[in-house]
Design a protein around this ligand. Structure first.
Ligand code: CDP
Ligand code: MG
Length: 764
């Protein structure tokens, strides 16, 4: 139980190797997309304002919402029939027949486990049953957790519609940086991460009469931790009800964990699904999925049903969507039936992934005209958290994106990995909800036996646990090794996390939280970012660090359209602040601000306006948290060195030393890395000897992304638990090396004393 479990069961197999390579069609599409972007940008330059170009998109979204509402009200315009319609739909769900039994079980037991096929109504109906049955009459809430942000948002909206109330009133949702709940809220959907934060502020979760841990079978890190916390909490709050819902996999484990809590299985109606494996290994899973989908569409009648395709992430979802459109257009064009895809009138294709605008996501639920077939291309979000009715064909690529911990560099990354057999069955099952169906698996039967695990490795056994340990410590768990985990994480990962927290000063030598550690848990940020924000208050630059932290929380700020690379690179370089990408981000923000947050200004300078708006939103929310905690806002004025020094205090464990042309060697691991070409430092003649970085990008080369030059002396001071400083022969030239070699906790005190000695000597 000492090692992290490799999510590749058979790392050297063809199937695994292909997973790591990804799809070549995706790369091709990436290039094409950039070209389209270029065309769009050209129109901008030719006079239309980008605001309008973006506005166009907004109108699209708005019309979509209108159609959606219209669809909902389609059965006559009177409110009565609308209500009848909703009622009938609700009563048709499998859950409904068990309503009384479910409520009795919940009344009679503190913990209940509810198992049911996807789409039986667990998520949308259970909270309403509890509400109707008076569980919230005492002014308390039913809280429902979801592993995914999108799901929290979308089910909340659905339940609000069914209850005919506005979101944020009786029904609300809360996800990081977006709170749509109010004192009026009785049913609150939230991510499992949000509930963890709430338990920090209110250890007894007094606002809730009932907690539903939904989609527990996904075994996300946060769900697992929450279950452990609840097991202890339930002893103190005998009146709190806990309901755990799960798709059909792994339910027995939950029951056992909660002292043999009763299990209820909602009688489902499922239909047989015919499983078809590939006969030969598939060379490109996107291409193959496209071929299959097009083939089904052309060879079966429209009434035979809709198609659901499982991909791994936004990029392959989009590539698949586009390729299907192209392939079909080719066929229909030859037949002389259409000259654009929109003219093909028997099909609609809907991509869906977490970062897709929620308005666009809700489109997948629309009922189409009978003469049309729906193809949904989804990530594993459609596996259990969203149910789309009418699916008869499933195409399963066999992979999903999984967070994987790389112990060598101590970092998490998202990697395309083989799914488990349980996932494969879950995916196939989507085809048999309303009648019998067919599932095409784009891998051989042999591959499924040799390269897939029976069920997915719980996240807790494959990720970095620093945040979790910090959280547990602040909840008063003295010995994290003894915390009741439903599946224990690898000992080594726990030890690494303790060490990491200690080295950034969140834990003291005895493993207790320091003042800094306590304050860190009050911010909804990862430990290093929390740390720099807290330090900035004392150092007098919290206003600037707040901006930088917000800017780091959003993806990609600069645009780099194909064939306009030079122009856009030049535009970007105008924002460069020598020595620091962090300060470059600050500079972009400040200039945007002095240009009145204008989107035209963004377009002109090749900046993603929408991203900046998101950053501003996050900044404001963090500002509110700071005000609440009475953390003061201070400005560095023109002294930007202090900002760099401040950043160094949180990132000393992510430092590197110059070793050749644009190359740096990682101070802690000795790994060879390179400056990313987008860095403000990249073009500098004299590169700084020491830098810290925000992110390590692992491709064929290991790139440092978002770096800042630091004084080795700062590095020493803030990383005094990590590094050793040596005076070289020449005057004032110091070199930094790793302090000690062992990261074992029992050596801490010795190491610390050594470090102090070195600093003192240097200061004398
Ligand atoms: O949680 P479970 O998988 O058991 O089912 P659910 O999510 O409560 O879904 C029950 C029904 O509501 C399904 O027929 C879904 O298609 C529908 N639904 C919907 O139309 N829109 C949503 N945003 C969520 C669910
Ligand atoms: Mg559900």
């Amino acid at each position: 139980n000492n090692d992290t479990i490799n999510p590749f069961r058979n790392p050297e197999s063809e199937f695994s190797v292909k997973a790591r390579k990804g799809s070549s069609l995706v790369n091709l599409k990436r290039t094409q997309r950039e070209q389209t972007q270029r065309a769009k940008d050209k129109t901008t330059v030719e006079g239309t304002k980008i605001g309008e170009a973006l506005g166009l998109k907004d109108t699209e979204i708005k019309t979509d919402v209108v159609t959606n509402n219209r669809n909902l009200l389609k059965n006559g315009s009177s409110n009565v029939s609308y209500k009848e319609d909703i009622k009938a739909t609700r009563q048709s769900l499998p859950c409904f027949r068990s309503r009384t039994d479910l409520l009795t079980m919940i009344r009679e037991n503190q913990v209940s486990i509810i198992v049911g096929e996807t789409g039986s109504g667990k998520t949308t109906q259970l909270p309403q049953y509890l509400y109707e049955d008076g569980f919230t009459a005492n002014g308390k809430m039913v809280g429902v957790t979801q592993p995914r942000r999108v799901a929290a948002m979308s089910v909340a909206k659905r339940v609000a519609q069914e209850m005919n109330v506005k979101i944020k009133e009786e029904v609300g949702y809360s996800i990081r940086f977006e709170d749509y709940s109010s004192p009026k809220t009785r049913i609150k959907f939230m991510t499992d991460g949000i509930l963890l934060r709430e338990v920090l502020l209110d250890n007894d979760l007094d606002k809730y009469s009932c907690i539903i841990i939904d989609e527990a079978h996904e075994r996300t890190l946060n769900t697992d931790v929450m279950l452990g916390i609840l097991r202890v909490l339930l002893q103190r709050r005998k009146d709190l009800k806990l309901i755990i819902t799960s798709a059909t996999m792994n339910a027995a484990k939950f029951s056992k964990f909660f002292g043999n809590a009763p299990q209820f299985t909602i009688p489902g109606r499922t239909f047989p699904v015919e499983i078809n494996y590939s006969k030969y290994p598939v060379s490109d899973y996107v291409e193959e999925a496209v071929k299959k989908a097009v083939n089904i569409h052309l060879t079966t009648s429209i009434e035979s049903g809709d198609i659901l395709i499982f991909m791994t992430g936004q990029e392959d979802v989009e590539a698949t969507t586009e390729s299907i459109q192209e392939k079909l257009l080719e066929v229909y064009r030859k037949k002389g039936e259409a000259s654009t895809f929109d003219e093909i009138n028997n099909i609609e294709i809907f991509p869906i992934y977490s970062s897709l605008a929620p308005e666009l996501q809700s489109r997948i639920f629309h009922k189409l005209d009978k003469s049309k077939r729906k193809i949904v291309v989804a990530t594993n979000i459609a596996e259990t958290s969203l149910t789309i009715d009418g699916i008869r064909f499933v195409i399963d690529c066999g992979y999903s994106k999984l967070k994987v911990y790389n112990p060598r560099i101590g970092l998490d990354s998202l990697a395309i990995t083989p799914i488990s057999l349980a996932n494969a069955n879950q995916r196939s099952g989507r085809a048999g909800r309303t009648s019998s169906g067919v599932a095409y698996r784009l891998y051989t039967e042999e591959t499924s036996e040799t390269d897939m695990y029976g069920s997915t490795i719980p996240e807790i056994q494959r990720t970095n646990l620093s945040n979790t340990v910090l959280l547990l410590k602040s909840l008063g768990v003295e010995n994290v090794m003894k915390f009741p985990f439903i599946d224990t994480p690898p000992m080594q990962t726990l030890l690494n996390s303790l060490y990491e927290l200690w080295s950034i000063g969140a834990l003291d030598n005895f493993g207790n939280l320091t003042k800094l550690g306590i304050d860190m848990t009050k911010l909804p940020l990862q430990p290093s970012l929390s740390k720099i924000l807290l330090n900035s208050i004392k150092l007098g630059c919290s206003s600037e660090i707040l901006i930088i932290v917000a800017m780091l929380s959003i993806p990609q700020i600069f645009k780099r359209p194909k064939e306009r690379e030079k122009e856009s690179d030049k535009a970007r370089s105008r924002f460069f602040v020598a020595q620091s990408d962090h300060l470059t981000l600050l500079n972009v923000y400040l200039q945007w601000k002095s240009n009145h947050f204008s989107s035209q200004w963004c377009a002109k300078h090749f900046i993603q306006g929408k991203s900046l708006e998101k950053a501003e939103d996050i900044r404001k929310q963090l500002l509110r948290v700071m005000e609440k905690q009475k953390f003061s806002l201070t400005s560095a004025g023109s002294n930007w060195n202090i900002i760099r020094e401040c950043i160094c205090t949180g990132f000393s464990h992510q430092a590197a030393k110059l070793s050749g042309l644009k190359r740096y060697v990682h101070l802690r691991t000795g790994m060879h890395t390179q400056l990313h070409p987008t860095s403000a430092l990249f073009g500098m003649g004299d590169l700084p000897s020491y830098i810290i970085y925000n992110e390590l990008l692992m491709t064929s080369t290991e790139y440092l992304v978002c770096v800042t030059a630091v004084d080795p002396f700062w590095l020493m001071e803030s990383g005094l638990l990590l590094y050793d400083i040596k005076k070289k022969d020449e005057i004032n030239d110091y070199s930094i090396g790793l302090l000690g070699t062992n990261s074992k906790l029992n050596n801490n005190e010795v190491e610390m004393e050594d470090a102090r000695k070195v600093v003192r000597e240097k200061l004398d």
